[in-house]
Design a protein around this ligand. Structure first.
Ligand code: IDP
Ligand code: MG
Length: 206
């Protein structure tokens, strides 16, 4: 017998995802927690876990990937910006090796992410991982489009941050891939932190 439309509607869509958003210390200290959460909610994405916390360096060390490819990519992003603005990485950082630069940046990140309280949340919705990244905007505030959180509220760049030997202040963290999202959900939340509920619009939107 064919399934009724009602039954089909109850099946979860294959693109329903959960992702992790963390309002970083600069976002909390600038009073942007509400504004940041609002942007996800207004898009139709749902907060299913939410908490203020402060992290230790060890915890942040376990949060960010340790794979060589990830660290090299972090350094490559910096080198791209240096090329664009004709900054000599050797003069600025003592090396032009992307892995060495990525390792430095990763270290600065531990300081940044432990410099004050943060707010962590799990955001759920259709294509949540990519949608949340889009709402956050480009990693580097100097490249982030207007209309995104980073584009509307931050102005930092690798050139400025690296000179001060600190992480780029870009207000939010958001998981980049399904693997990162799964790791971060397991890492920062227990099953009892997560709530299931229906938003009023769900019947109309889907
Ligand atoms: P993402 O946060 O957009 O996923 P990633 O490349 O994963 O970006 O980098 C993690 C964090 O490291 C960034 O959000 C930013 O705070 C910081 N960061 C990235 N590149 C640099 C840099 O060149 N200098 C200082 N900090 C950086
Ligand atoms: Mg990332």
């Amino acid at each position: 017998m064919p399934k009724s439309r009602t039954q089909l509607k109850k099946l979860p869509t294959p693109t329903q995802e959960r992702t992790v958003v963390i309002v970083k210390p600069d976002g909390v200290k600038r009073g942007l927690v509400g504004e940041i959460i609002r942007r996800f909610e207004q898009r139709g994405l749902k907060a299913v876990a939410l908490e203020m916390f402060s992290a230790t360096k060890d915890q942040i060390d376990g949060h960010y990937p340790k794979a060589e490819a990830w660290i090299t990519r972090l350094g490559t992003k910096t080198l791209d910006t240096y090329n664009q603005y004709k900054i000599d990485p050797k003069k600025e950082l003592g090396t032009a090796d992307p892995f060495a630069i990525g390792s430095k940046v990763r270290g600065w990140l531990l300081d940044y992410m432990t410099s004050g309280p943060m707010v962590k949340m799990i955001v759920e919705g259709i294509h949540a991982i990519d949608m949340v990244r889009k709402i956050c905007g480009h990693t580097l505030p100097n490249k982030a489009e207007m209309g995104t959180i980073r584009g509307d509220y931050s102005v930092d760049s690798p050139a400025a941050a690296n000179r001060d030997q600190r992480g780029i202040h870009n207000l939010v963290h958001a998981s980049e891939t399904p693997e990162e999202a799964n790791h971060e959900i397991e890492y920062w939340f227990s099953p009892e932190d997560v709530y299931e509920y229906k938003r009023a619009e769900e019947d109309i939107m889907f």
